[in-house]
Design a protein around this ligand. Structure first.
Ligand code: FES
Ligand SMILES: [Fe+2]
Length: 371
């Protein structure tokens, strides 16, 4: 069946989603890796992971094999692979004056310079690779695309500042999904009313259908959804607990937003909820398998004083994320069946609810067609 044979021409706008093969073709993934992921911006971590000079933490996601180290007040990215025989040097997090390899004790300073190589007559001068990081609202990024330039349309959004936040939890998992499927589900609101019974009661559905506050660039899309007000009865037990604590903390006041989602097309999601930010990095292992690393941060005062809010917030996030993963798996299953049969079919975009996905697809089409 061709793409056109099943299209009854219901949309004046004939642009449609990506070809089914783009979710399975290793050559497409190679182009995405080279022209999208490699350029970045690549998220490294939150400033609170290394609060003091000498603090280090090993990273995952797109920064696997690297350390976040604070030296002379600056967080920097340093390779965790020894220059002698490439051993992984440090695990977890800690505090150090030098980075010392456990195998033959080569020692590096916190800038990555080799300062000792036992039993070598001269220093082999093999320093660890070091990369510069840029802080944006408490989040650290590297890459040839400067984060402040990429996200310049958001420069006036003061609610995005997370510099006073602290880490609550890290999840690392793998799923049998193309990496794009994860981003797509965050780039459209069309599924919310069918897929998220708890979340759909919490957010203002009039916003979803019309006056969405959204900002986009060539390589990102940002969208704000607002809390339905006054808050109605909750749509799930998790949301009932969350809404109760939120109302206790903001008595009589409408929360400033329900969610702000920033999607960097280079495989990075940044989700804001009241008093919380969640970063998820997507690392494609193959066209049909993706590794995720998710970090949950909360406002420091809330994390210390309102554990009930943290618990309720994590529970609703887990509920919505699990519903999204189930939906993404269904999308992938349908595409996989078509791909195996050599078929292709895609429908039009619902605007405004699928405008973010459309922008993402336009970016991918540009990259794949002009690699
Ligand atoms: S592998 Fe690190 S010192 Fe030899
Ligand atoms: Fe969703």
């Amino acid at each position: 069946m061709s793409q056109h044979s099943s299209n009854r021409g219901t949309s004046a706008d004939c642009s449609v989603g990506l070809p089914v093969s783009w979710y399975f073709d290793p050559e497409i993934l190679e182009i995405e890796r080279r022209h999208l992921f490699a350029a970045g911006p690549r998220y490294a971590g939150h400033v609170s992971l290394v609060p003091n000079d000498g603090d280090y933490v090993t990273l995952g996601g797109q920064q696997v094999g690297r350390l976040l180290v604070r030296h002379n007040g600056q967080p920097q990215l340093i390779s965790n692979a020894c220059r002698h025989r490439q051993a992984e040097m440090l695990t977890g997090s800690g505090h150090a004056k030098h980075l010392v390899c456990p195998i033959h004790n080569w020692a590096y300073d916190l800038d990555g310079r080799l300062v000792a190589a036992p039993h070598f007559p001269e220093n082999p001068c093999l320093d660890l690779e070091r990369r510069k990081l840029t802080e944006w609202n408490g989040l650290l990024f590297e890459g040839s695309q400067p984060i402040h330039e990429v996200l310049s349309p958001l420069a006036s959004w003061t609610e995005l500042n997370t510099s006073g936040y602290v880490l609550e939890r890290i999840d690392e998992e793998e799923h049998d999904l193309n990496w794009k499927a994860f981003l797509e589900i965050y780039l459209e609101d069309y599924h919310i009313s069918a897929v998220h019974p708890g979340f759909r009661a919490f957010v203002d559905t009039n916003d979803l259908r019309g006056a969405l506050q959204s900002v986009g660039g060539e390589r990102f899309f940002c969208e704000q959804v607002n809390v339905r007000w006054p808050l109605p009865a909750a749509g799930s037990p998790n949301f009932a607990a969350y809404q109760r604590v939120l109302q206790e903390m903001l008595p009589g006041r409408r929360p400033p937003f329900a969610a702000i989602w920033i999607c960097l097309f280079s495989g990075q999601l940044i989700e804001y909820y009241p008093f919380a930010v969640v970063t998820t990095t997507y690392l494609p292992l193959s066209p049909t398998r993706t590794r995720l690393r998710t970090e949950y941060y909360f406002d420091r005062e809330i994390a210390e004083m309102r554990r009930d809010y943290v618990a309720a917030g994590l529970a609703v996030l887990d509920e919505v994320t699990s519903e999204d993963h189930t939906a993404a798996l269904q999308l992938q299953a349908g595409r996989q069946a078509m791909y195996q049969l050599g078929e292709n079919s895609q429908g039009p975009y619902q605007v405004p609810m699928e405008q973010g996905m459309r922008r993402f697809h336009d970016c991918l089409r540009t990259i794949v067609e002009n690699p």
